[in-house]
Design a protein around this ligand. Structure first.
Ligand code: CMC
Length: 437
């Protein structure tokens, strides 16, 4: 180990290519080397330069970002420098959305204007409604959301002017405003219930609950504790740096396409079970365990490698996921209103046992964001297919903040990875008329 600070100006890496005996100095900046600097390392002028191979970008930085900071070892998550715990307790989802996108907390005037603009863009064109009605009766709400977000690009062709800051602002307002409308209508469609129009006298999250659940009453009055809990969940999901869906938004956005098309790609990535679907798996697991008495057997199965304790462990967090702590508290608030879920007792007991068991302690496996969120969503009476839709609504400001950062970053180029070609070469083509004769 050396004493050279990680970001020291003179840090560099000396590499010796044992094929040629040549040595190279490669600059280290921000604890990374530039992959393009490897290209100078080559066998001879005929050969391509050295590249790095990193499926899944496990150890490759794709951008510089000032949006979200994570320290997985210490269990720290910050948006624009503000700890997630403080934002969840003291802020609102729309204020956090402003912070993520514009980088600073809004003044009173900025906040009022922001909320006003979002509130008055919640309606969608009537053709979006007929478009959504055209889906099969049992269409998955996430598929409907993905398609309808993408379809918005056809309603707002001006969105293609991504170089204009004011234009970007308008599209951002539209997208944050309309996601709950599209999400709620996707849910109502599968239930065969009429679509409910936005109520602009309600807050962002209360309006979403109204569009989801209102029937014949004049106004849907959700319990304030439920509104706060859902708003908090949106805050917790608002950004998580370069996760799979954000990477999808950035990759598609790097082609300079409009933001609706880029965000539709993010929704598609989130749809996958490896990204947005773990909380549903937690519920299935808790149901299967059934009673507290079955927990020791279940834990034994996990330790024997027969299955996984879903909602535990994280690629980045090797400590308690800070979002899980906040969600656990929100779960208590929600159950105060809805009555407790018997699965909660099993979850609490599982957590207690796992946190004391050396298998989990040694592997640094702690509850993640999904361990308790499914229980809360179920208390709201959301079917599991809606869980990822809720995630997508919460993640929209993060996707947009990262998209704005991308389009303003002079270092960014179209995302176009290299490959290692493994197929055949220079075959002779025989026309089908001869091959099939
Ligand atoms: N239950 C039991 N053992 C586990 C678990 C688990 N949930 N997670 C990891 N391990 C073990 C794993 O078997 C391995 O043990 P060994 O060293 O003996 O082979 C060790 O811990 C390291 O695991 P890994 O698979 O190398 O870790 P990873 O970083 O590749 O995987 C993970 C991270 C989240 C995919 C994994 O922990 C997991 O599958 N968890 C359960 C699913 C889950 O809750 N996913 C939601 C993640 S949070 C969502 C988000 O932030 O978007």
């Amino acid at each position: 180990m050396t004493d050279v600070p990680a970001n020291s100006d003179n840090s560099s890496l000396t590499v010796r290519d044992n094929r040629t005996g040549r040595e190279y100095d490669i600059a280290i900046n921000d604890n990374t080397i530039a992959a393009k600097d490897l290209a100078q390392i080559r066998l001879d002028d005929e050969q391509p330069g050295l590249a790095s191979y990193d499926p899944g970008f496990v150890n490759t930085a794709s951008c510089r970002s000032a949006v979200t900071y994570i320290d997985g070892d210490k269990g720290i998550l910050e948006y624009r420098g503000y700890p997630i715990e403080q934002l969840a307790e003291k802020s609102t989802f729309l204020e956090v959305a402003y912070l993520l996108i514009y980088g600073e907390l809004p003044s009173k005037e900025q906040y009022d204007q922001w909320v006003h603009e979002i509130t008055y863009h919640t309606f969608v064109h009537e053709n979006v409604r007929t478009f959504m009605e055209g889906f099969r009766y049992d269409a998955h709400p996430m598929g409907m959301l993905m398609a309808s977000v993408g379809a918005l690009s056809t309603f707002y062709p001006d969105a293609r002017d991504i170089g204009d800051a004011h234009n970007r602002h308008i599209q951002i307002i539209r997208m944050i405003a309309k996601m709950p409308t599209l999400g709620a209508w996707s849910f109502r469609h599968a239930q065969g219930k009429p679509f409910i129009y936005p109520d602009n006298d309600l807050s962002y999250t209360a309006n979403f609950l109204s569009m989801l659940f209102r029937m014949s009453e004049r106004r849907f009055g959700a319990d304030e504790r439920l509104v706060k809990a859902l708003d908090t969940l949106f805050i917790l999901h608002a950004d998580h740096e370069q996760n799979a869906s954000t990477n999808a938004v950035r990759s598609v956005g790097s082609t300079q396409v409009d933001p609706y098309s880029a965000v539709a790609a993010g929704v598609g990535a989130l749809f996958g079970p490896l990204h947005g679907g773990a909380n549903e798996a937690v519920l299935r697991m808790l149901r299967r365990i059934g009673t507290k008495e079955n927990i020791p057997d279940f834990i034994k199965g996990v330790k024997d490698g027969e299955e996984r304790l879903m909602g535990f462990g994280h690629r980045v967090y090797k400590n308690y996921d800070p979002r899980a702590k906040i969600i656990k508290k929100s779960a208590e608030d929600v159950f105060e209103v809805t009555g407790t879920n018997p699965l909660l007792d099993i979850a609490l007991e599982l957590e207690k046992i796992a946190l004391e068991d050396e298998y989990f302690v040694n592997r640094r496996l702690y509850p993640n964001v999904d361990f308790y969120s499914g229980l809360i969503y179920e208390a709201f009476q959301f079917p599991p297919e809606m869980f990822t839709v809720l995630f997508a609504i919460g993640r929209t400001p993060g996707w947009l903040a990262q998209w704005v950062e991308l389009v303003q970053d002079p270092e960014q180029r179209i995302a176009r990875p290299k490959q290692i070609y493994t197929g055949p070469r220079t075959l002779d083509f025989t026309p089908s008329s001869e091959r099939w004769a």
